[in-house]
Write a protein that binds this ligand. Structure first.
Ligand SMILES: Cc1cc2nc3c(=O)[nH]c(=O)nc-3n(C[C@H](O)[C@H](O)[C@H](O)COP(=O)(O)O)c2cc1C
Length: 227
């Protein structure tokens, strides 16, 4: 399309083709950087400026989403009393999960991670960011309508959030206290918002440990179909 040919409501895509060698070196660098990301459960209480959290949320919010509804709310908490409330409620649920509700098939895969119902990271980390999925949206008419593929959209946004945090030199833990209905009450969110992930963000504690895990090889996670 030539200049001035844009359809109403459309703008020109900004796209700059990169030289092939630069594509490859960027792809390798990004992979190597992301491969260094690890989930630690040991956070320092060192402060982190709010602007960094805002930038991570803005990055997350660039995610593609079903029908561009961006059906997410990121609630960022630095208030120590609210963090303590979240820790107490999460530990109460997790205590029941670990002692009564967890089937052996689940316990078996958690054992190498060394997790239990104690969640120090929820009070140690300077920030907790809770991702809420919106199951409904308000239409222009004022009526409520559904959102589409909200689960997938929020998962992608959370992935970008995690990548942004890693890229800025901080660490986060993807935590799913189960069940997590208490977060809506503590954080005063409306009924159509459903907590999905609780992500403490901060610096790792001195001497922070991580489980000694391997990642699957390319062959184990992919299949290429050539015609
Ligand atoms: C959807 C999801 C839920 C998770 N839930 C928890 C959790 O509740 N508690 C926890 O300690 N880690 C949780 N994790 C972190 C994983 O255990 C961790 O990502 C995995 O062991 C791989 O380690 P890595 O992130 O260092 O590669 C979760 C991760 C994902 C993606």
């Amino acid at each position: 399309m030539g200049e001035g040919d844009e359809e109403p409501g459309f703008i020109q895509l900004e796209f700059e083709e990169l030289p092939a060698d630069e594509m490859l070196s960027r792809a390798r660098d990004f992979y190597e950087q992301m491969d260094e990301r690890r989930t630690t459960r040991h956070f320092s209480n060192r402060e982190v400026p709010r602007e960094l959290i805002e930038l991570a949320i803005k990055t997350a919010s660039t995610a593609p989403s079903g029908a561009h509804l961006q059906p997410w709310t990121f609630v960022a908490i630095s208030n120590p009393e609210v963090k303590a409330q979240i820790r107490e409620a999460a530990e109460a649920e997790e205590r029941k999960t670990y002692s009564e509700r967890m089937p052996e098939a689940w316990a078996e895969v958690l054992r190498p991670l060394g997790t239990d119902h104690v969640k120090e990271h929820l009070s140690d980390a300077p920030w907790i960011v809770v991702v809420f999925r919106q199951s409904k949206r308000q239409r222009d008419s004022g009526e409520w309508g559904p959102t589409y593929y909200a689960q997938e959209s929020c998962g992608i946004a959370a992935g970008l959030f995690i990548a942004a945090i890693h890229n800025m030199g901080l660490t986060t833990l993807t935590h799913t206290p189960s069940p997590m209905g208490f977060l809506r009450d503590i954080l005063n969110r409306p009924e159509h918002e459903h907590a999905m992930l609780v992500m403490p963000v901060g610096y790792p504690d001195e001497g922070a440990k991580v489980p000694n895990l391997n990642r699957k090889n390319l062959e184990d996670v992919s299949d290429f179909v050539h015609f």
